[in-house]
Design a protein around this ligand. Structure first.
Ligand SMILES: [Zn+2]
Length: 338
């Protein structure tokens, strides 16, 4: 009904406009100009700013800062590609590709508003009850339905996932700080920041990589038989959730009695403990956050996990991203997955 009214009003307006074109046409032209002119002026001012001496001088002054930023942007891409960002999968639909589904309802019956996606390994198709229970007890249900078994191997995988997620989160955060540092040091006019922030970074030579952390996400989904309704509970494995999962698994495994179990759990609090212990200083090159406030520090296994190294406090050290990158390039992992 509202569409009909709107269409009617529009029709009346068009008729009026066409009949009195000698009045409406100039008005339309003036409105059009008033809308376009400020943009043209702004565009000219923007071009002038980016070719101004003050901008170019500043750009060459902070060239090394920008170069370092871009190196970290590349490093972020390396972490993202080389990291481990998946875990477990649902068995529902693992053979769904063998069948074909066809909606044979006669006209008037819409059965396709909500369709179950059996092909997605991160989606468990289940009853409404399971969707609701999963919302109340997410970790228990993720472990149960996505085959995250309480074994030491799984625990190691979850810890590895946690490390990848945390490294990437830290590196992305570091890039953001650097970018805002660069912007502040330029102190460009407000209209540049408001309308040309991407262009500003491009002109400053900053490589912007739209990096997000590919958190694994698990969903429990119920789709009614008629396709009329669907409900979903999803669990995103960010650092706090991964740490809770590590804790839950370790409690189930109760491996602490064995010699291997004397290790610490690789969680955010352990990483912070190691950085605190090392005074936020790289153990290789001795650079510290006191010297370089934007320093990106990482926690490294002295003896790599892929070669049997444990997450024990005395096997962990703080390294700056440069030293850690050089080290991991020198020590190729034996396991291709790590
Ligand atoms: Zn270092």
């Amino acid at each position: 009904m509202p569409y009909l009214i709107a269409a009617g009003v529009l029709l009346v307006l068009v008729v009026l406009l066409v009949q009195h074109w000698y009045i409406t046409l100039p008005i339309a032209l003036i409105i059009g100009l008033a809308l376009i002119l400020p943009r043209v002026v702004r565009h000219i001012r923007m071009k002038r700013y980016f070719t101004s001496e003050i901008f170019l001088a500043h750009k060459s002054e902070i060239a090394s800062v920008v170069a370092e930023h871009n190196e970290i942007a590349n490093y972020v891409a390396e972490i993202r590609e080389g990291g481990s960002f998946s875990l477990g999968s649902s068995s529902t639909g693992s053979q769904a590709y063998l069948a074909s589904f066809q909606n044979t309802s006669s006209q008037g019956y819409r059965r396709d508003r909500n369709l179950a996606d059996y092909a997605a390994p991160n989606v468990h198709n289940c009853s409404l009850q399971v969707v609701r229970n999963a919302a109340a007890d997410p970790l228990k249900y993720v472990m149960k339905y996505f085959d995250v078994k309480a074994t030491e191997e799984t625990l190691a995988d979850v810890e590895l996932l946690g490390e990848s997620v945390a490294r990437l989160e830290d590196a992305v955060e570091n890039l953001k700080h650097r970018e805002s540092g660069i912007t502040t040091s330029f102190d460009p006019p407000a209209f540049i920041l408001k309308h040309y922030s991407d262009e500003f970074m491009r002109q400053a030579g900053v490589e912007l990589s739209p990096v997000t952390v590919p958190y694994p996400e698990y969903a429990f989904e119920y789709v009614s038989a008629g396709g009329n309704s669907s409900q979903r509970t999803s669990v995103k494995l960010d650092t706090p959730v991964v740490d809770a999962l590590i804790d839950a698994l370790s409690q189930k495994i109760r491996f602490r009695k064995t010699a291997e179990g004397q290790r610490a759990l690789m969680t955010a609090s352990l990483r912070k403990f190691i950085k605190d212990r090392d005074g936020y200083t790289c153990r290789y090159c001795s650079i510290s956050v006191a010297i370089e406030p934007h320093l990106l520090l990482e926690v490294d296994h002295i003896h790599p996990v892929s070669r049997g190294g444990l997450s024990a406090v005395d096997n962990l050290q703080t390294l700056c991203w440069r030293c850690n990158r050089t080290k991991s390039n020198k020590v190729p992992a034996t396991d291709p997955l790590t």
